[in-house]
Design a protein around this ligand. Structure first.
Ligand code: PGA
Length: 246
């Protein structure tokens, strides 16, 4: 089974890099694949969509955020799922720890964003993850379960969902959990969804300090559906290496 690779560029890159990397990915059979999803800054979706159409790419586009408001209206600065959809966006990252931390996104907001994404036929990539202190004091299972339980509040039916386990202490730090630690949480995600979303198509990803050097081992863990890659997704050769293991 092929693994899903999500490249989270965050607020990095510029027009020239977007153009050259995406055209490069389109020309490379290793990165021009349906299991590769590129999450670039929203402003660049029109140009990315043009490249996707012109080069008949197989890779998909994901937004790094989505408005919690589904209907158009007086929501200054917001971009709706339907607007993203017009530019070829198929997935949306929701609940990334940086959005929870820097933009104070509450459980209520995340639930509304998942609702709005699904209503626009955008597949949510829902992120969960604990702080280091929560892991060291042994409370991480309860904490992560609570983050997953937010899904109970989603009102629209969930048919397909990607859930990414991204421990905050690993995101951008170069510190990788042990394979046993990763597998434990991937197992937790699968048993949670088996109980509560038995009919949904669920993919469980790992994210945090994934590189070309460790991706193979991570993706060989049982039940792991792929990886969410931050920093290494900006380094074209490193990213191509990660994709080669998917
Ligand atoms: P990282 O980021 O790969 O740079 O650790 C992962 C993420 O934030 O999704």
């Amino acid at each position: 089974m092929s693994k899903l690779i999500v490249a989270n560029w965050k607020m990095n890159g510029n027009l020239a890099k977007i153009k050259s990397d995406l055209v490069g990915y389109a020309a490379n059979p290793g990165t021009n694949r349906s299991n590769i999803i590129l999450s670039i800054p929203t402003l660049y979706f029109p140009i990315a969509n043009q490249i996707v159409q012109k080069h008949e790419t197989k890779f998909s586009l994901a937004s790094q955020d989505i408005s919690k408001f589904y209907n158009p209206g007086a929501y200054t600065g917001e971009i709706s799922g339907d607007m993203l959809k017009e530019f070829g966006v198929s997935h949306s990252i929701i609940g990334h720890s940086e959005r929870r931390m820097f933009f104070h996104e509450s459980t209520h907001t995340l639930v509304k964003k998942i609702d709005a994404a699904i209503m626009s036929e955008i597949i949510p990539i829902f992120c969960i993850g604990e702080e280091k202190i929560c892991r060291t004091n042994g409370k991480y299972i309860g904490f992560l379960t609570q983050q997953l339980e937010l899904l109970h509040q989603v009102e629209v039916p969930i048919k397909e969902l990607v859930i990414a386990y991204e421990p905050i202490w690993s995101v951008g730090t170069g510190v990788l959990p042990s394979m046993a630690e990763i597998s434990e949480i991937i197992g937790l995600i699968h048993s949670f969804v088996q109980n509560y979303l038995p009919h949904a198509k669920i993919t469980a990803l790992y994210g945090g300090s994934v590189t070309g050097a460790n991706a193979k081992e991570i993706m060989s863990q049982p039940m792991i559906g792929g990886v969410l890659v931050g920093g290494a997704s900006l380094r074209e050769p490193d990213f191509a290496t990660i994709c080669s293991y998917a």
